[in-house]
Design a protein around this ligand. Sequence first.
Ligand code: SAM
Length: 224
Amino acid sequence: MTTYLQHSLTALQRTLPDAELEITPLPTVEQIQLALINSDFQTGPLPADVMYRVIAHPAYWAFCWGSGLALARWLLSSTAFVANKRIADVGSGCGVGAIAAKLAGASEVVACDNDPDALMVARANADLNQVQLSYAGDVAELSGTFDLILMADVLYDKSNYPLLETVKSLANDIVVADSRIQSIDDPSFKAFHQCEALTYPNLGEFDEFKDVRFFHAGSSLASQ
Ligand SMILES: C[S@@+](CC[C@H](N)C(=O)[O-])C[C@H]1O[C@@H](n2cnc3c(N)ncnc32)[C@H](O)[C@@H]1O
């Protein structure tokens, strides 16, 4: 086990002592392998002390969220749009969007997440897929101009909405994939794609979150 994987497992078990990391090809995007929480993890009622830990340190990065999975699929089928671009994946979690962008031909991809454990597992997953990423712990650390910013399932929390304004000042194009919102209340973002995907592993996600909506701000996508 690599050091990044070992540290990721330690971080996961700090929150969920009975959890393991399982390395699996991502369903429907099988060229990507990810270390994620074991798919047979028992989700029954958790002891109170574990529940408190989950609330304090949610370990979102131990899952590939439905929007990240859908985004990876879209990036890998949009190589002409992605190729040679400098990209940041904001709220990168397990790293799925960043890894897919690199595999789709991006020149540089920065995985940005404000959870240090997420950056750790993104490093482990980048190694598993033999891609090189750059890393940032906060959008404030994203320096220089980006061609494209990606955000997948980051708008589950309304307090993250201001990130949309921040990333608009950093890149020519923004692509948001999200199953938690129906629309973006900013006319510069236009819906352009929709597909179905659930979080993997699926430990009981509600079907109401299976529709992933894609929004784009910028000009490059129109000229594809
Ligand atoms: C629901 S997860 C989605 C992860 C990944 N994009 C995916 O689709 O699998 C959201 C991620 O956004 C990160 N996040 C939330 N707010 C953030 C912020 N202000 N800056 C950077 N990352 C943030 C969280 O730490 C978490 O890893």
